[in-house]
Design a protein around this ligand. Structure first.
Ligand code: BTN
Length: 266
């Protein structure tokens, strides 16, 4: 799926590709009159010195990983809301990674981690920038490709253990693979956002729902895992039509819907 050419800046090293895109937006480079496409500027870095993830966690970004951010202008995407952006971007990134390894081993941990064998292969950070023209969303994607992983430092122990593409596929990876994967991700994002905008969001939503990790299993829902504040506990039923997570607790006859949080398998 590489027939579209994207404007992509490739950097050897930067602080954070998400922060760089934020700086682009606040520099007034975009204006209401100037935004033509829903899909804007993209930046790829081979190293980040200040990579960050959800809930202000540090994203270890040493050489060998893919660190990519791209701008999306919601104003150009009709009816799609932020939940739809989470769903479309996760599915697109997973489909891109599928080009490198078996489809059956990849699952999405709600809301937007891509996992293999229950370990974290990729994280996605969406950031909205209030007050900027076009209602921009920065989609930041980190994939463990052939980076060395410091399992103690990388993430809190309560969160998923990391895994790399190299470990999964047992072959060598190079910078050229990171560029190929990055182009594949951008291409899938473009394809799926267009598709959703053309009235086929339901199809994307069902695919996403069918690939969720822990479906039918017992989970806990937290605001943020490290804080330990549990919101619910029960069997995971996937997402409802609004994109809310469905959990059936023992004391309820039907699953209840929750809009946000972080899940953990019991
Ligand atoms: C998470 O799982 O918490 C999301 C991690 C997102 C990391 C990516 S790497 C590219 C972009 N730049 C950042 O600083 N973060 C995102």
């Amino acid at each position: 799926m590489n027939d579209i050419v994207f404007a992509l800046t490739v950097l050897r090293e930067t602080g954070s590709t998400n922060d760089d895109l934020k700086a682009v937006l606040t520099s007034n480079i975009t204006s209401d009159a100037g935004i033509l496409n829903f899909h804007g500027y993209s930046e790829l870095a081979f190293v980040q010195t200040a990579g960050h993830g959800r809930f202000e966690r540090v994203w270890d970004s040493r050489y060998g990983g893919l660190y990519l951010s791209t701008l999306l202008f919601m104003q150009k995407l009709g009816q799609l809301n932020l939940t739809a952006v989470v769903i479309i971007s996760s599915l697109s990134v997973m489909e891109a990674i599928e080009q490198f390894c078996g489809k059956e081993i990849l699952k999405i941990k709600w809301p937007n981690d891509i996992t293999a064998y229950g370990k974290k292969l990729c994280g996605i950070l969406l950031q909205t920038i209030a007050g900027s023209p076009g209602t921009p969303v920065i989609i930041g994607i980190g994939v463990n490709v052939f980076n060395e992983i410091n399992k103690n430092k990388l993430r809190d122990s309560a969160i998923l253990e990391p895994i790399t593409l190299k470990e999964i596929t047992s072959r060598n990876y190079f910078e050229s693979d990171i560029i190929t994967l990055s182009n594949e991700i951008l291409s899938r994002l473009n394809y799926n956002f267009k598709k959703a905008d053309n009235g086929h969001y339901d199809e994307i939503f069902s695919k996403y729902n069918s690939r969720l990790l822990y479906t039918g299993e017992k989970i806990e829902l937290f605001n943020r895992i490290e804080d330990g504040e549990k919101i619910a506990e029960g069997i995971f039923y996937g997402l409802d039509k609004n994109g809310f997570i469905l959990i059936k607790s023992e004391n309820l006859s039907e699953p209840a819907a929750y809009p946000s949080g972080e899940i953990k398998k019991i």
